[in-house]
Ligand binder design. Structure first.
Ligand SMILES: [Zn+2]
Length: 332
């Protein structure tokens, strides 16, 4: 397993210190942007809580029976609650449902089989629906000494305040630019690629690393080129909409389209030229377009909608933003 990133290590160190001093909460909320390593740190802590003979470094020993069972994925005192397959539709549910949380509550009332702690991981915690959240609240209201609930989410605001207020928060903060860049370079990415990736990812190193590994930056450049071609009347909107939606990168393309528009506007406000994308001059219309793209992106998961038509409409709108005669002079 590769070493933890510094921002992950800081959170883990904080939790281990709290545990050693007897002030670690029994309900923990791991929060922070996506791809920050929240789940990984939560799992390391879960492993430590279930270890019978932790090392001097405060971490799980890796050798005891508890550690072996953990590694095998069969520790009887560990439960993971996450999105499950809906047997009726054979698709992954979009919510954590009440039965899952009730079952967890019943499990918590049992005596730990290994005689140590009982640990439950819930992720993504914000996926609990209202009934599930209410059921969890009952569990949170009856704390017991060796019982730990680890909630992982990048959208803590979606959890009821009643749950948040009962949790100790472990927050993953975005590192400084220098630290993030050093981490990306140490992972083998050349600085000249790592820098623009980090900028495109708005300083989030995990996201930048993903994009570097999976060609995200090329995709982003392609989206800018496509939008420029639409603006210049060289690319039919309907055809492009179908191409953008043709594979599993659709969501990322729409995200990039929205961000390119926003970044371009920010560059221009700062008096600079936006790199890569030709922008229309009308800020208000540009901002409405940005909202439209984001809405289309949110609706991608909704079945039975004609996403291609909605997107083609937005692309035609993009083109029309350049046809307003009053705006020609403001083009870049
Ligand atoms: Zn151990």
């Amino acid at each position: 397993m590769s070493a933890l990133a510094p921002w992950q290590q800081r959170v883990l160190d904080g939790a281990l210190a709290a545990l050693a001093e007897g002030r670690l909460g029994h309900a923990l909320l791991f929060t922070g942007a996506p791809k920050m390593g929240k789940g990984r740190v939560a799992e390391m802590l879960a492993r430590r809580l279930l270890c019978a003979t932790p090392g001097a470094d405060g971490l799980a020993c890796g050798r005891c029976r508890g550690c072996q069972l953990y590694s095998a994925g069969t520790h009887p005192d560990l439960r993971t609650v996450t999105l499950e397959l809906n047997e009726k539709t054979d698709k992954l549910r979009s919510e954590i449902v009440v039965e899952q949380v009730r079952e967890l509550g019943a499990w918590f009332s049992l005596t730990p089989q290994m005689g140590g702690a009982q640990v439950a991981l819930i992720h993504p915690a914000h996926a609990m629906n209202l009934n599930a959240s209410n059921a969890l609240l009952k569990t949170l209201e009856e704390p017991s000494r060796e019982r730990y609930l680890l909630l992982v989410t990048d959208r803590p605001g979606r959890l009821p305040a009643t749950i948040r207020s009962r949790c100790q928060r472990l927050e993953f903060r975005a590192p400084s630019r220098a630290e993030a860049l050093a981490w990306l370079c140490a992972a083998g990415h050349p600085e000249k690629l790592a820098e623009p990736a980090l900028e495109a990812a708005r300083g989030h190193p995990g996201l930048a690393a993903d994009w570097l590994a999976e060609g995200g930056l090329e995709l982003r450049r392609g989206v800018a080129a496509d939008l420029n071609a639409v603006a210049a009347g060289k690319q039919p909107a309907v055809e492009l909409a179908q191409r953008w939606l043709a594979d599993e990168q659709a969501e990322l393309r729409l995200r990039f389209a929205a961000e390119l528009a926003l970044d371009g506007a920010a560059h221009r406000l700062a008096g600079a030229t936006a790199p890569g994308l030709t922008l229309p001059g009308d800020f208000q219309k540009l901002s409405a377009w940005y909202d439209g793209i984001n809405r289309a992106r949110e609706q991608l998961g909704v079945p039975a909608l004609r996403h291609d038509l909605a997107l083609a409409g937005l692309l035609l709108e993009w083109r029309s933003l350049f046809n307003d005669p009053g705006m020609q002079g403001a083009r870049r």
